[in-house]
Design a protein around this ligand. Structure first.
Ligand code: ATP
Ligand code: MG
Length: 413
């Protein structure tokens, strides 16, 4: 087969790119672990209803981005476009709705049929966290602080800004929705075609529109802040106080509504200007009703998800591999002895390889180029005496070491 390409919007993760991804995942797992979070993994495909029921029929994801197909048994299956709905499904299916709170970290591939561009793919990867059974704004602040800590641990603390908004409770949103619809009706001719359709189905989504035309109208739209009822206002005030207590800086941005239907009160995005249009690296919010929709009781929760590709792009450099040790047999009879020696190094945790290509000069050149810290040179005469030459390649020093003492001489890892 000639010239096969990966599907549009997908990419291979090779060597240092994979190292960047792994670094993001391991850092997030470690930092969320300090908050008591533990990793869950759910299937990458689910019954389509897990997403269609919960994300909102009119959300971008459900209306145009889902990879949905019928499997051979006639079941409607969807490749997961996000993690939250699946985690809530898993909470219910595994009978954990009475064992709260649950603190869940997850990571893995997500799938959305989007127009591929820098930082936007059809298969991409997310890290995410869900605190299920989260009463009150203290928890929201804590979970946002955790996200901030993950970004700091990745060295991105100065590259991102936290943008914060409140979506209030259902009652507040209903009052605002009415005012918004009235406003958009008055300006219907200036709306994009897509948003005119949303006016009937889900007007709040117009706020999330990426169309220039819509964005111009939004500047004069009624502000949600004026429609918050007392409970919602208190929640919002307390959230901001707790964030300050956790040492988290933020800017308020009333335009943050999030793309999915299940959010309430807190909504936030960590945004950078370094990635062009795809500036949101991590986003989340409080949600209610999702677990009920999965057949469980009403449990409030808060969570976030970060795009690993975008975070990996922002990293200065991928973490370096530890330098290796090269075992270099000089002659053919030393080849056989190289095996137990290289195995003893690996057993002690060193990255160790045997270099056999070319003559001895070529071998040493290769070793130096490989970035190895040491070469273990096996000469026939030395091996007959049970010793090797240990060459420190950065200090350019060489000494004789008895084979049983080699690992110790290298300083165990
Ligand atoms: P956007 O507004 O960029 O489409 P979104 O609101 O759809 O983002 P979420 O569903 O909140 O994104 O996903 C959380 C994070 O996952 C995003 O902030 C982003 O970093 C990442 N992400 C989302 N979609 C993609 C994609 N198609 N390719 C790469 N990363 C993505
Ligand atoms: Mg999107």
């Amino acid at each position: 087969m000639a010239g096969l390409q990966p599907p549009r919007g997908t990419h291979d993760l090779i060597a240092d790119t994979m190292r960047r991804h792994r670094h993001v995942v391991e850092t997030a797992a470690r930092v969320t672990g300090t908050y008591g979070f533990e990793e869950w993994a759910t299937p990458i495909f689910e019954d389509t209803r897990v997403f269609s029921r919960t994300l909102g029929e009119t959300s971008d994801v459900v209306s145009k981005e889902m990879y949905t197909f019928e499997d051979r048994g006639g079941e409607s299956i969807t490749l997961r476009p996000e993690g939250t709905a699946a985690i809530c499904r898993a909470l219910v299916t595994n009978g954990l709705t009475q064992t709260l709170p649950q603190k869940v970290f997850y990571q893995g591939p997500m799938f959305r049929y989007e127009r591929p561009q820098k930082g936007r793919f059809r298969q991409f990867h997310q890290i995410g966290a869900e605190l299920i059974g989260a009463e009150g704004p203290l928890r929201d602040a804590e979970i946002i602080a955790m996200a901030q800590n993950v970004l700091e641990a990745l060295g991105l603390g100065d590259d991102v800004v936290l943008e914060l908004n409140t979506l209030g409770d259902l009652a507040s949103r209903a009052a605002w929705r009415e005012a918004l619809v009235a406003y958009f009706r008055d300006h219907a001719e200036a709306l994009s075609e897509e948003s005119r359709a949303r006016l009937e189905s889900n007007p709040l989504r117009i706020l999330d529109s990426k169309s220039e035309q819509d964005r111009r109208l939004l500047d004069a739209a009624p502000e949600f802040g004026n429609f918050l009822n007392e409970d919602s206002r208190r929640f919002w005030d307390e959230l901001r106080h707790y964030l300050t207590a956790f040492g988290v800086k933020f800017v308020e941005n009333p335009r943050i509504v999030r793309g999915l239907d299940y959010y309430s009160h807190t909504a936030f995005e960590f945004v950078t200007t370094k990635l062009g249009a795809q500036g949101t690296v991590l986003a989340g919010g409080r949600y209610e009703g999702l677990i009920e929709q999965m057949g469980g009781p009403a449990i409030p929760a808060i969570g976030w998800a970060g795009g690993i590709e975008r975070l990996a792009l922002l990293l200065d450099a991928p973490p370096e591999l530890p330098p290796g040790i090269a075992v270099v047999p000089m002659g053919d009879s030393a080849l056989l002895q190289a095996a137990p020696i290289v195995q003893s190094l690996r057993a002690a945790g060193f990255r160790a390889e045997i270099e056999t290509r070319g003559n001895v000069k070529k071998r040493m050149e290769r070793v130096v180029k490989s970035g190895a810290s040491h070469a273990v040179v096996l000469g026939d005469d030395e091996l007959a005496r049970g010793v090797v030459q240990l060459r420190d390649l950065s200090a350019r020093e060489q000494r004789e070491v008895a084979i049983p003492e080699l690992v110790q001489a290298l300083g165990e890892r």
